[in-house]
Design a protein around this ligand. Structure first.
Ligand code: ADP
Ligand code: MG
Length: 316
């Protein structure tokens, strides 16, 4: 199968109405809705760095798109179009079949059209660029937090880190726990509806890709502020609680990457809105602390107060 047959077989699908020209020309032509701004992001996934070597092709496809959609969610954007730069060691059609099924499952859920890309030979690497839109002036930046705002996170934290540990075998899991932790790592849920619902209320927002402390740290740095966290209120799954009860460290759960939950700040007068939005989106939202003047992150637990390092995953 040559390059063009491969593209046709695995990557040409139904296109949205706002795609004037999709796959098949030199570049895609897209129609942006009036009164909106475009929001665009790109992420590269490298085998062994962004996913364990033996991750299934389906999960690689799913996650490659999910991490991009999560970035758009964190801006409050509606995703629309994606391009895919795919470097493959060979034209293994079984792998491509599963990869494209994983990617398109998520694309179809969010009505995202794949409108172009590039296909080359080399070490496996997947770059997806995703573009969406927000009403003019509505994108939620990292820099908008204000002293006194409440800090919220969606879902539970640290499960993807536990999923990653399951590959190294350092922590032992039952079969069902191992499966659910790996699902959190390999098939993250981009919180698109949640992100869009928060557009009028959140002052700052980020998706948790490097670890909660590191990513909250980005909001604080961009906003020139500090945070005080109530460590007793961190939302944790049953699995994460079990890990802690067996002597595990909370800091691992707060510094591990790949949760793809949203972390955002909200003025206290909008707290009720957060509850309503949580119900509407079917996604738990937990207030874990407050934004303070100054810099750094302080964590309070029942017996002590500690300064927390905004550490997380870094490539260099
Ligand atoms: P060009 O040489 O003009 O860059 P290509 O021959 O690389 O074009 O690609 C032909 C068409 O197929 C283009 O429309 C391109 O966007 C699309 N395409 C190439 N690779 C992919 C891919 N992996 N996924 C989706 N579209 C792709
Ligand atoms: Mg090309």
């Amino acid at each position: 199968m040559n390059e063009f047959e491969l593209i046709k077989q695995f990557f040409v699908r139904h296109q949205r109405d706002d795609v004037v020209m999709g796959i098949g020309d030199d570049a895609a032509v897209l129609r942006a809705p009036p009164g909106h701004e475009l929001v665009t992001t790109v992420d590269t996934l490298i085998r062994g760095v962004h996913f364990p070597e033996d991750t299934s092709a389906y999960d690689v496809g799913y996650k490659s798109l999910a991490v991009n959609l999560s970035d758009l969610a964190a801006m409050g954007a509606q995703p629309a179009w994606a391009t895919l730069a795919l470097t493959l060691p060979d034209n293994n059609t079984d792998w491509l079949e599963d990869f494209s099924r994983g990617m398109f499952e998520l694309a179809e859920q969010h009505m995202v059209s794949l409108v172009g890309g590039d296909t080359t030979r080399g070490e496996l690497s997947i770059s997806i660029q995703c573009t969406g839109f927000v009403p003019e002036g509505q994108a939620v930046m990292r820099s908008g937090a204000r002293a006194g705002d409440l800090i919220f996170v969606s879902g539970t934290l640290g499960d993807a880190w536990l999923g990653l540990q399951s590959y190294s075998g350092e922590i032992s899991f039952s079969d069902t726990d191992l499966q659910s932790a790996r699902l959190r790592l390999n098939r993250p849920t981009p919180h698109i509806t949640l992100g869009q619902s928060l557009v009028s209320f959140a002052t700052a927002m980020i998706d948790i890709s490097d670890g909660m402390l590191a990513d909250l740290g980005h909001i604080l740095e961009a906003s020139g502020l500090a945070a005080e966290l109530d460590l007793t209120r961190i939302p944790l799954s049953i699995l994460a609680r079990q890990y802690l009860s067996q002597g595990g460290e909370l800091m691992h759960l707060l510094s591990g990457g790949d949760d793809f939950e949203l972390c955002f700040t909200l003025p206290p007068e909008h707290q009720l809105q957060a509850q309503t939005i949580s119900k509407q989106c079917g996604c738990p939202l937990t207030c874990i602390g407050t934004v303070q003047p100054g810099s750094g992150i302080v964590g309070r637990s029942e017996h002590e107060t500690q300064t927390l390092q905004a550490s997380g995953y870094q490539h260099f």
